[in-house]
Design a protein around this ligand. Sequence first.
Ligand SMILES: *Cc1c(COP(=O)(O)O)cnc(C)c1O
Length: 526
Amino acid sequence: MAPQPGAAAWERMESLDPVDWSDLRALGHRMVEDMFDHLETLRDGPVWRPMPQALRQDLTAKLPRKPTSADSVYQDFRRLVQPYATGNLHPGFMGWVHGGGNPIGMLAELLAGGLNANLGGRDHAPIEIERQVIRWAAEMLGFPEDASGVLVTGTSVANLIGVLVARSASLGPSARTDGVGQTRLVAYTSAAAHGCLPRAMEMAGLGRDALRLIDCDRNGRMRLDLLADRVAQDRAAGMRPFLVVGTAGSVDIGAVDDLSEIATFAAREKIWFHVDGAYGALAALAPKLRPLLAGIERADSVAFDFHKWAQVPYDAGCIVVRDAARHLEAFGAEAAYLRREHRGLAGGGVWPCDLGPDLSRGFRALKVWMTFSVYGADRIGRIVQQTCDLASALAERIDREPALQRLAPVALNIVCFRYVEADGDLDRLNADIVADVQESGIAAPSTTTVQGVLGIRAAIVNHRTNRADIVVLVKAVLAAGRARAVDKKKPPVMHRGQVYREASRLGDAGTRGPFPAPGAGTLAAP
Ligand SMILES: *Cc1c(COP(=O)(O)O)cnc(C)c1O
């Protein structure tokens, strides 16, 4: 008989749980309190500040072999991490298309971390939560109840899944064994489509050249006459059109393709119709905006994010596929160790690992489920509408300001403009203005190229952003622009408190929003 460990050895067995939980409990409570403080006082701090080089050095240590107290590691988090995050919680953050997160989602992350569920498969309640979320997504989009879907990191992966399901629908499941070879599959999307689509084509083995980028009209919508021409041309050349991707909310200016016309075209041509609705799909929850998405309910698949307009904490992307059999056909797993049973923990029907590339997966569904349950879809729809209303207000303001020029129509929540009251290289000037404003901590717009010129891009996504923040953004851009127009080389000195105060003093209609309390210490800091 093999020697058994003695009692002393059993005593020494390791576990990561504490023997006495009281200290850890206290620390956990403090963390939650501190995070609520952080959320409650967001406005008092800068939107973003760069992480000092010296502090980055503190993150170059070797693998820690020995323990450090949880208190001390938490202090490091407070010192090194929290102050230098992206800034997307802050109402002044308008760069790229970032969601603001929400406190219920934050708590859901704590609970999900506590359960540590693996949603690759098997029979348990967390998977039922994800199935519920997918049914909600289908309902929101006007898809049939039995549509299939799965949560993923983001729309980049959701779009990849869309391409792979479309590929398998076109070639049949044999593509999974035979590969794509010389299948001559070609896909179509607008020239304004997101960069993850050509990447999806690369990863699908089809090559980015097989994605035809169709030019847009003046409103940034894919031109359907050119689409039809290109498909006809490709067919004549012996290519195999298999997929057309419509965009609902283009990343640069927020344009929405004519999804209804694309649906009709795709049906006639027998081509898979996928929609990249990364953030735009959430417009389905806002009654005034929903008509813009008409036709999305006829798509074969839709990719979108809960972490943008729905304000769910990162990360939470989603793909919904109308025909569940097609979805399963593209990913169904067969490995022996994933064997399904009719009863026991290995039961539970189709597993999420049958619907995408991931096997082990976390409990993203919980934060989506809790966010929608607590706030309700209508309230999220009102937030979506509010950000679009703010974008209109910003556009109007820009149009009244001679030093600023708007660069694109505003279909949803993105406003592109630039500072024009200066000579010389306006692209350089506007890039500098954006960096100046970001570094001032006052606001965080980003840049993009519209019609060949570099513009300042304000994407209003955050539920915390209000009219005052719009005024502050304009003031900050004007201040930076004027300073730079005088001295191109010198970054302007801008004080956050001053810009905020000026904006409120001007008594702009609608600037009654919650300005930071006067006298709050951090306000006067640059
Ligand atoms: C953000 C975005 C993506 C990429 O989504 P991720 O969640 O960042 O992967 C794709 N398409 C559009 C239109 C987007 O706005």
